[in-house]
Every structure is written in structure tokens, then in C-alpha cells.
Design a protein around this ligand. Sequence first.
Ligand code: GLU
Length: 553
Amino acid sequence: MTNKDLADLIFPNITKTIKDYEEMYPKRDLSEGAVVTRFAPSPTGFVHIGHIFSSFVAKKAAKDTNGVFFLRIEDTDQERIVDGAITNILKDLSDYDITFDEGMVSETEEKGSYGPYLQSKRKEIYHTFIKYFLENGMAYPCFCSKEELVEIRNAQEKRKDRIGYYGRYAKYRRTPIEEAYNRIKNGEKFVIRLKSPGDFEKKVTVKDLVRGNITFPENDMDIVIMKQDGLPTYHFAHLVDDYLMHTTHIIRSDEWVSSLPVHVQLFSMLDAKPLKYAHLSPIMKDDNGTKRKLSKRKDPECAMHFYHEKGIPTEAVKLYLMTLANTNFEQWMDANKDKTIDDFEFSFNKISKSGGLFDMEKLNNISKNCLSRIKACEFYEMLVNYTKEYDEEFYKLITKYKDFTIGLLNIEREQKKPRKDYAAFSEVKELVWYMYDELFGKHEKTYEFTNITDKDEIIKVMKTYIEKYYDEEDDQTTWFEKIKDLSEEFGYAREVKEYKENPDNYKGHVGDVSMVIRVALTTKAMTPNLYDIMKLFGKNRIIKRIEELEKNI
Ligand code: GLU
């Protein structure tokens, strides 16, 4: 009896060979140096910033080299599958412009000629490879029950030996083929294990594109390559899939670093060209002075809906991720303000080894910059989309007063140094509520008067201003001249300079009077350009605001 008999017994229907598959999936026609890489999530339903980060890096690496980026769904752990997870993944990624050249495009459909891209659809392919391993004595069936595995473990603990299924502990490694054959024939349950050729005393060095050379002992564990349910384990699927899909680079999270000896061994057992690996460190967080991994449980910013709900533009998140990805990006961005991420040349050796620190303040600053550069109309459209989902009241207002809102958003925008008021769409309403009568009416009002606080004086200034000086048609210079006239009438200096030279001659200066007008109309001491605000208001609304002031002050 030979290994082949055993392999035929286990896989009677597998008639194809590895060679057949090699022919079906020929070498890709790409130029030298093109990166072929993938994002390979399990369909567990939750997309976090770590996923976005690694797929973002992978896509950039492929795009920069005219390579290929594909989506493979790793659903071999059938218990963890969540309904609709692929749709979720596709949606969350596409929000950040992470799209794929090949792979799954919906729960059931895919594109590209190196598929199937859903692992559960690749059973026959895996079986062909496992059969080859069996035939060549590189794998064997193992009949260990859970209890037996616990016994092995206990014995190892007692002897203070390494834990695992290897060497003399590998109970079924040396089982005669005939015995294995009969057990299977009798319907005994089994898994298939790798017959590892490794020697733990020997070292293997792998070059990681982020971490440099990493030296490990060779793998000597007879790891499971096919589970009882007939599906391969992650390690074996990685070998088969990335071999046939002609992946060149594995960009994944660093939880897989410790599996490298197994992966390198599997590829060499198949005589396949070794892959390039880039293991990304997790995004870190400063938690009261201690650095720790960003956590799904503790940190809301870990989940992508956090950015959605806040209305942080995706462009800002992308730029921010790039600062985490390549340590030289921020400097490049400052020096190339008119360029985009696509113009930046990504490099693996500029990825931080220790993991970028998540910095909300930095993200907010990037976001403010981004939002300040968007044209008012475009900003308006984005705000409409955001409020439609998250703030019905504001949505109704801004769509009812479309031109007014665009005008408001346009104040000090589309100029060399635009205002940087907003880091997120959720901040807009709380910063401009006073512009809308409907919100002004019901908002709690605290007038932020500064230097001039006397109520009678304030009311008198405002009334005189509207009756005697204000004219809707005035241009900004005339408008300001009139505020100067008003200031003079009330005993305030026309110019700040005059006041500073002779403070005793005046009650204050034109700036103080402007502040009175600003606060009287908006309640706020800080607003965008007052002239523009008043222009948007028009005389009637200004009169109404003065009436409100009298009631509330
Ligand atoms: N399915 C694995 C994961 O979700 C993929 C790791 C890899 O990219 O190789 O972590």
C-alpha cells in the first residue's frame, strides 16, 4: 500500500493535478516590479480602521507599480461568518476609494480570472493540493481526539517541553499507511496534518519589508492543513491561493509574523517562489501616557462608522492614514499642497515599525485643511448628504435655504487662505445655528459681549445704526466707514490707533462697536466676516435680531 492509495481513498473525486491549475492560472502579464497583492478579510461583519489601513497600503503599493489589487474573502472558518458581511466590507472600503481590480464584487459575484475569490468555493482546488501533499508523503491523516490532544499538552507541560504537535509528540506521524487507510475506511474522523520537514534547532531568516530580517527557528510543527469539515486551515489556503493567484506581496497585520516559518516552509515544500511579506504594526493609542493597541472594545475611533457619524470627510481620513503609513508623507504633503495622495511615492521602508500613534487632533487638522479647500457648492452637497442621514432638522433647513446656505459656506472660502472652521460636517450646525431664524429662535442665547456690556448703550448703538447708517446696498468699504461714523457719534475712536494714542479721549474704538454689532446679531464674539453675514441677513432680519436682543439681553 502506498501514499497514493491513501490519497485516493481520501479524495476519490479529485482527478485534476496541480499542473492543471497552474495552466488554468498562468503567470500574470505584468511589468517587472509590479506588486500583486490582496486584501483577505474574514467575513465577520466588522470593518475597523486596521482593515482600512492595511487595504489602503496594499492598494497604494499595487497602484504605484501598475500591479493588481484583489479582494479575497477568507471564509474557511464557517462558524464566524456573518450574513451580509461582504456587502459591508465592500461598502466600507469603497467609502475610502478602496476598490479592487479583481475579486468579490457582491455576496455572490466576482470579477477577474484568478478566482474563485471566495475560499469556500475553492474546496476542489485545496483538495488537489492536499492530495499532492499526501501522495508525496508531505502530509498525513491524524486521528487524535480532543482528549488525546489535551493529554499530549499535559505531558509537554509536565516535562516543560514546547507545546504543540511535533516530533515525538506527533502521534500519527509514523502510523503505517495501511493502518491509516483502514481507520479511514472504517469511517473514523480525521484531520490532515503537514509532515513538517523542519528542524527546530536550525534557523531560518525571512526579510520583512517593514521590519527587515527576522530570524526564527525552522517550523517543526505538524500543523493541521485540512480540518474535519474538509476545509483547509488559514495557512494552507494562504499557500494555495497566493500561489495560484500569483500574489507577489503579502501585506497584512503583524499578528501573522509568528506564522512566517510555517508559510515559508509551505512555499518551499511546493517549490514555489517565496513571497515578499510586509507585516504592519497595529495603530496605537496613547492611553494616559501608556501606548497600547487601538481597541475595538474601548475606542470608538476604531470603527469606521465613527468617522461616518461625525462626518469626517473620507479624503481627510485617507490623508491621515497615509501619514500613519509613510513617515515622510506629512512633510511631502506640506511641500506639495496642490498634489494628491496619488502623486506621492509610497515605500515599504518608510512604514513605521512600531506602529503609528492615533492622533485625533492631527486628523482634525488635516480635516480642517481638506474642508477649507472644497468649493462652497461641493461642501454644500456633502453637507446635504451628511445631514440627510444624521440630522433631519438641519437637512430640512439647508435644503429650504439652499442659496443662503451656500452663501454662508462661501464666506472667506475660495481664497488663498480660506477659513478653517470645520473639522467635520457634524460641527457645522453648532457653529452656524445663529444664521437660521428657526434655530436662533429656539437656541439658548448667551450674548458674548466683550468690552461694551452696558445694555442701554448696546441697544442705543444698534438702533442708531440700523436707523441712521445701515444700507443693504453698501459695499464693504462704505459699510465699514459707516460703522466708523457710528463709533464717532457714540464717543469711540474711528481707528484703533487713535484710541491707543489717546485712550482717555474715547470710550473705546471702532473694534468695540463692530463687536457689539456682531454679538447683537449672532450672540457670538467669533464669527466669519460680519459684512458677509449681514449681507446674507438683509435689513429685515437685522431688525428682527435687534428686537430679539432687546427681549433677551
Ligand atoms: N484572513 C486573514 C485575516 O483576516 C488574512 C491575513 C492575510 O492577509 O494573509 O487576518
